[in-house]
Design a protein around this ligand. Structure first.
Ligand SMILES: Cc1cc2nc3c(=O)[nH]c(=O)nc-3n(C[C@H](O)[C@H](O)[C@H](O)COP(=O)(O)OP(=O)(O)OC[C@H]3O[C@@H](n4cnc5c(N)ncnc54)[C@H](O)[C@@H]3O)c2cc1C
Length: 389
């Protein structure tokens, strides 16, 4: 393993791979990416729903989406890897007057930033998705350019191209410590020895807090478990009976129940409001009946579904639902790309580009104030992200 590097990236999920790729594109190739698992993208990145949307409540997040979706549209040609990107849209169903008011404000903001979002009545929403029950919904929003992509494809595309440009990727290596001398990064300790470096990128997803702690930096990220269930086609049937023809993502905003087509089946999930921070990713099968209770009111076909499998992964929650992106507070040479609060896959293209620019000393042309690491200590956090699903 290399013993000296300009940059060490901790974590081989979509964030670490994106930073590696964008650094390499800038000519910064004396970079080592360290992943403790035997494969890349087995953490949150490998467990996510693949959703990609412009529809956020926060201006900075909408800008991340515009840039990221632009790169996802060009990914196969520019990065050079297939990512199975379907822009069949996101449909948000709204059932309370408060949500309608909030979304009206946010749709105005999204449109001001150039995003084409439609305001629909429940009848129009139902017409978009066969089998969808919109009873009780007051309104809906739809953005055709939102969609679904393959998180593994995006991560491997970034990683392989970074490698081909000279970046070193080491799997099965755990970061165990970070040496800071005189307030600046000096080395990274690993299960396979020390790497001297002056720059460390914390891309450890739900484990960001512990990597920060190794360097003496506060990174307020908590791991929150989220489940995904897959409904399979009935025996002898080619597809699950309730599956939409397209890959449209449907989100019932009030309950956070969501679903989209996944192959011949249906992928669905829902937030658990009372989940406490945990690193445990064991599937809680007793949560499934709660999800189904809510789910059948929107997609009655789920009442008859057989659930073929399920998994749980970790959201990396920040206190305000916004990412922590940029230099760490008080430790020179430590950079953070953390706390994406359940929507990081889709923002990894832009977030990696921005952080690579900052590390390389270039102007990222992006106002990082809402994502600054010191906003919590200064109690200067702007209103956070409302669309955490
Ligand atoms: C169920 C679920 C559904 C989701 N759905 C969506 C969605 O639809 N759209 C979306 O945009 N986002 C979604 N997300 C969120 C998204 O998956 C995350 O925001 C994103 O994957 C974070 O990427 P990451 O690279 O920061 O973290 P990870 O993918 O977790 O990568 C971090 C890596 O760091 C490694 N690591 C940790 N500690 C060490 C160490 N000490 N030494 C070496 N390596 C270490 C880990 O092994 C891991 O591979 C979902 C998440 C979950 C759990």
């Amino acid at each position: 393993m290399k013993r000296v590097a300009d940059v060490v990236i901790v974590g081989g999920g979509c964030m670490g791979a994106s930073v590696a790729y964008h650094l390499a594109r800038l000519g910064v190739t004396d970079v080592v990416l360290l992943e403790r698992e035997k494969m890349l993208a087995t953490g949150s990145t490998g467990r996510n729903a693949g959703g990609v949307r412009h529809q956020f409540s926060n201006e900075a997040n909408i800008k991340l989406s515009i840039e990221s979706i632009g790169l996802l549209e060009r990914f196969a040609g520019e990065v050079g890897h297939p990512i199975d990107f379907h822009q069949d849209g996101y449909l948000f169903l709204l059932s309370t007057p408060e949500s309608v008011q909030t979304f009206k404000r946010n749709v105005a903001l999204q449109r001001r930033l150039g995003v084409a979002v439609d305001w629909l009545d429940p009848r129009e929403a139902a017409a978009l998705v066969t089998g969808l029950n919109t009873d009780g919904a007051l309104a809906a929003t739809f953005c055709q350019k939102d969609g679904i992509a393959d998180p593994n494809g995006v991560t491997m595309g970034f990683a392989k191209t970074a490698q081909s440009l000279g970046v070193t990727i080491e799997r099965d290596v755990e970061v165990t410590g970070i040496t800071v001398t005189g307030g600046r990064i000096a080395a990274v300790e690993t299960s396979r020895g020390t790497i001297e470096t002056r720059t460390v990128v914390n891309a450890a997803g739900p484990y960001a807090r512990s990597i920060g702690r190794m360097a003496g930096a506060s990174v307020p990220v908590d791991p929150i478990r989220r489940h995904i269930f897959i409904a399979a086609p009935a025996a002898g049937q080619p597809v699950f009976a309730g599956v939409p023809a397209s890959h449209i993502m449907v989100i019932d905003f009030e309950t956070t129940f969501y679903f989209h087509r996944e192959g011949a089946g249906l992928l669905f999930g829902m937030g658990e409001r009372h989940e406490q921070p945990t690193f445990d990713t064991t599937v809680q099968w007793d949560f499934l009946p709660q999800v189904i209770d809510v789910a059948v009111t929107r997609l009655p076909a789920l009442a008859e579904a057989s659930i073929s499998h399920a998994w749980a992964g970790l959201y990396e929650m920040s206190p305000d639902g916004n990412p922590i992106l940029g230099p760490a507070d008080g430790i020179e040479g430590l950079f953070l790309i953390n706390g994406f609060s359940g929507h990081g896959f889709q923002h990894s293209p832009a977030a990696g580009r921005i952080l690579a620019d900052v590390i390389a000393g270039r102007d990222p042309h992006f106002d990082l104030t809402p994502f600054a690491a010191n906003r919590f200590a200064l109690q200067a956090a702007a209103p956070g992200e409302r669309y955490v699903v």
